[in-house]
Structure formats: structure tokens, C-alpha cells
Design a protein around this ligand. Structure first.
Ligand SMILES: O=C(O)CCC(=O)C(=O)O
Ligand SMILES: [Fe+2]
Length: 320
């Protein structure tokens, strides 16, 4: 099945992301929302049927520091359901598998494991750290939400690339997300600028945590990466990937991105999944290649990356 047009493939090659409208089954989105709300213990202040209670931050009594069911500040990350068959059917569906194969090559994808290990099973990478490098994740990352900010006025939004190896990310909206509503933000073209600044194609070196050597822990970026990311932030306007339930953003693993600030009164609800190829374990030892599309589909490698100007508008939904 060829679900992506040549123009869509070209847009992805140049910009590092591609928005597909209505790619998720509406019933599946609705079940995912049910799953999210069903995960709450009894008696929480936040209640599904009263949107005024969705405004963040979470009350102290609703806060939970379990990495598989994180509720803290303005973020709610439900990872425990990450290998539920219904959630896996939602993202590893025919249309998205075909789209991912159009970019990565037919028959190259590793399937998620039903009832396997959700992200966070093996805990944080270091004390108090994030669950990256996502050890053992066999399903979706989880259902990630951003509560409305209310009066909260945060600092300027930063951006990052992710710390664990994967090939192609997706963010699928399971509820409508208006502009400025905490949608996934992407910095177009940053994948081509950042890819060569890493030491390895898919991984990043990590400094382990030692009690007696506390001054540094975590990912160690190259100076080239830090400098290029600073330039990206300076010269590139992020795209707010807002949309309706069912819309999906596909994104390159080295694309700079962020979870947007939510200045609306609607909670942002999305499911995040990482497509990985069965040959990732071999390819991940390689340094960045002169041909950065070596591990991608023939169609993507052959694409010249040019597309009709009108796509710049349809792929920038907040401006449309
Ligand atoms: O929730 C989002 O929109 C993005 C989250 C993200 O960037 C991450 O978990 O690495
Ligand atoms: Fe990220």
C-alpha cells in the first residue's frame, strides 16, 4: 500500500516531519481517552466531566511521581497502558504502518509486543531522572497530556532531541488540540542540521550517575550539537502541530521538538509511539553517514525534497 505521495515524502525529507490528517481510528481515540481517565484513583480533584478541573497544575493530592503514571505540574504521562492491545492497534494500524514503511522501507518495522513491557518498567535512567533511555519499552511511550496553563506564564519554549534510539516518531492526537493548546512543536529542517553533530547515528553518550561524582549525569552532547541547536532556536520558527483527534505527526528521530505550552482551556491528549526497524541494533553503532538517508526507503532516498509551496501552509496548521 502506497499511502504517501511523492510530495509528502519530499516534504518529510526537507522538513523532518509530516502531518497526516485523520490517520487514527476515531473509536480507538475514544477508547484511549477512556483509558486515560479510568487510570485515575477515586476522589481526585481533576474530573473528566468538569473541564474547569483540568486547568493545571495538578493539586498536591492528585500528584503522582510513579513514572508509569506521572501526574506533576502541567504534565500527565500515562505509560502503564503502553502495551495494551487496543492502544497498539490504534498506532500500529494499517495506515500508519504503511506510512512508516513508505519512509523506512517495506517489511523493515519491528512490531510492538502486546502485553509487553511499557516504558518506565525499568525505571529512571538515574535518580530523579527521566525514564529515558526508555529501557525495555515494547509498546507506545504512553498517553501524554498537557493541562491548560490557566494564569501560568512560562519561559520561552525550548526544544530538544530525544535520548533513546528509534527511527521515526509519531505523535497522534486522541483529542482535538486548538492552536496554542500544547500541541507537539517541531523545528522544521533541524533534523538535517543536527544529525551530523551526533557521535552515533541513533544513540547519545550518557554519563552514568555516581553518588561520589555528582557534578554531571545524563546525556553528553557534542559542542557542535549545542551550537547548532542554539542556531536552530535563533533562526527557525517552530510549527505548532495542532489539529483534531486522529491527526498524526510523523517525525525524524533527530528533529528538534518540544511539548508545547497550553494556553487554551482544553487539555492536550496525545499518544506517542516510536517506529523502530529490525536492523536498528546493527545501524546504531555507525557514526552519522554522509548520506543521512542510508537507512530509509528507496523512495525517500531518491526524493529531491521539493514539493508544492501550498504544502507549507497545510503543514503549518496554526497559521492556516
Ligand atoms: O508530549 C509531547 O508533545 C512531546 C514529549 C517529548 O518530547 C518527549 O517525551 O520526549
Ligand atoms: Fe522529546
Amino acid at each position: 500500500m502506497n499511502v504517501l505521495t511523492d510530495d509528502e515524502i519530499a516534504f518529510f525529507k526537507t522538513n523532518g516531519y509530516l502531518i497526516l490528517r485523520g490517520a487514527l481510528d476515531p473509536e480507538g481515540c475514544s477508547r484511549a481517552r477512556d483509558m486515560l481517565w479510568a487510570s485515575l484513583p477515586d476522589g481526585t480533584r481533576i474530573r473528566r466531566d468538569d473541564p474547569s478541573t483540568h486547568v493545571g497544575p495538578f493539586a498536591d493530592s492528585d500528584t503522582n511521581d510513579d513514572v508509569q503514571d506521572l501526574r506533576e505540574g502541567y504534565r500527565w504521562q500515562l505509560r502503564r497502558v503502553g502495551t495494551d492491545p487496543q492502544l497498539l492497534d490504534l498506532v500500529f494500524c494499517d495506515r500508519l504502518v504503511a506510512a512508516a514503511e513508505a519512509l523506512l522501507g517495506a517489511g523493515t518495522l519491528r512490531a510492538p509486543v502486546v502485553h509487553g513491557m511499557p516504558m518506565g518498567t525499568q525505571g529512571a535512567a538515574w535518580p530523579g531522572g527521566p525514564v529515558d533511555p526508555a529501557l525495555g519499552t515494547e509498546g507506545v511511550r504512553g498517553i501524554y497530556c498537557t493541562l491548560p496553563y490557566g494564569e501560568h506564564r512560562p519561559d520561552r519554549l525550548g526544544c530538544h532531541t530525544d535520548g533513546h534510539p528509534f527511527n521515526l516518531g509519531i505523535v497522534g492526537l486522541i483529542g482535538d488540540v486548538p492552536p496554542d493548546g500544547g500541541a507537539f512543536q517541531v523545528w522544521p529542517g533541524s533534523h538535517r542540521r543536527l544529525y551530523p553533530t551526533f557521535l552515533m547515528q541513533y544513540d547519545q553518550p550518557r554519563i552514568p550517575y555516581y553518588d561520589h561524582l555528582p557534578s554531571y549525569k545524563g546525556i553528553l552532547h557534542t559542542p557542535e550539537y549545542e551550537a547548532e541547536l542554539a542556531r536552530v532556536i535563533e533562526d527557525t520558527e517552530p510549527v505548532d502541530c495542532c489539529g483534531e483527534a486522529g491527526d498524526v505527526v510523523l517525525w525524524h528521530h533527530r528533529l528538534a521538538h518540544a511539548a508545547g505550552h497550553n494556553h487554551t482551556d482544553v487539555m492536550r491528549q496525545a499518544v506517542l509511539y516510536d517506529f523502530t526497524k529490525t536492523d536498528l541494533d546493527d545501524c546504531r553503532r555507525d557514526p552519522p553517514q554522509d548520506e543521512m538517508w542510508r537507512d530509509w526507503s528507496e523512495a525517500l532516498r531518491a526524493s529531491e525534497g521539493t514539493y508544492p509551496a501550498a504544502m507549507d501552509r497545510t503543514q503549518r496548521p496554526a497559521l492556516a
